[in-house]
Design a protein around this ligand. Sequence first.
Ligand SMILES: [Zn+2]
Length: 103
Amino acid sequence: MKLTQARQKYKCHECKKDINKGDKYKKKSLKFGSPTYINGYAEEETVEKINGTPVHVGHVIRVTAQLCFNCATKGMNNIDLQVVLRKEIKESINNIQRRINNE
Ligand SMILES: [Zn+2]
């Protein structure tokens, strides 16, 4: 699981609490609609002629939602949570190291 640092304020898709700038959150892709099947292939977008004009028709829409750290890690067992936290700590150390090297 990858967490992202918020560059702006969001609202958590699940608990509706604020995700503040700088907080860690998880991007979640929401899918709406379903593909249309042409010759057995799932097509998410087709070109259809409407009144003689070719028009791109989207059958699936993807929206990115934001989950706060608590909701993103909810239901995780301790081992998975430790892996996530260790990765975050490692990333923080790398960032500090990079900053020191640049000075
Ligand atoms: Zn939440």
